[in-house]
Design a protein around this ligand. Structure first.
Ligand code: GRF
Length: 207
């Protein structure tokens, strides 16, 4: 059984996709042991409570500085000891100590085809605004292992999504979520749970 902890900051549609995939048997041998947020107002926390999942809020303003917040976040996961940490719309860069303690056991979803539109400043709607202003015809989503560099860890899965004439950042964001994120994130978790994806330093091994 793979115990996962899901980190969220906002609406939690990716969390919902994971909850639904477990309920539907598309993810097996896996359970969500907690949902963690840096934002007490995140609707994702309501989704978690509605599904009977334990929640925790660890917010920067409760700590004297960023280092203390990072330490609290890292301590939380070391104490919980999940098999996998899933960053599903988590607007916090994973602290280095956390990456070290959970090497190869933290994954993240990014709403673009890495290495396009990723790294500092590319989050939320900004990713889709950038894709539209560059005029790309195809975008998508990426599931990857977290590493010290933002959006730089080994890639586990990607799915392309067409950009359509008349798209707005909002319409594109929704299509990327529906066609890519909500598909590849649950699939990646099931692949990890069953050893079809294995972390290696040079990249993920997919069999
Ligand atoms: C998603 O687009 C995710 O890729 C990005 O933030 C968004 C979160 O959406 N990192 P939700 O909270 O899962 O609805």
């Amino acid at each position: 059984m793979l115990d996962i902890s899901v980190c969220v900051s906002g609406g939690g549609t990716n969390l919902q996709a994971i909850i639904d995939a477990i309920a539907a048997g598309r993810i097996t041998d896996t359970r969500i042991v907690s949902v963690v947020s840096n934002n007490p107002g995140a609707y994702a926390l309501t989704r978690a409570r509605d599904a009977g999942i334990k929640t925790a809020v660890i917010k920067p303003s409760s700590y004297p500085d960023r280092a203390a917040f990072n330490e609290a976040l890292t301590r939380y996961f070391i104490d919980l000891a999940p098999g996998l940490i899933v960053m599903a719309g988590f607007m916090v860069q994973a602290p280095e100590a956390l990456i070290t303690a959970f090497k190869g056991r933290i994954i993240n979803i990014h709403p673009a085809l890495i290495p396009s539109f990723c790294g500092r400043g590319y989050y939320g709607l900004r990713v889709h605004e950038a894709a539209l202003s560059r005029g790309v015809k195809v975008t998508g989503a990426t599931v990857h292992y977290a590493s010290a560099g933002l959006d730089e860890g080994p890639i586990i899965a990607q799915k392309a999504v067409d950009v359509l004439p008349g798209d707005t950042p909002e319409s594109l964001q929704h299509r990327v979520m529906e066609q890519a994120e909500w598909v590849i994130l649950p699939q990646a978790i099931d692949d990890i749970a069953h050893g079809r994806v294995v972390f290696t330093d040079s990249g993920s091994d997919v069999t």
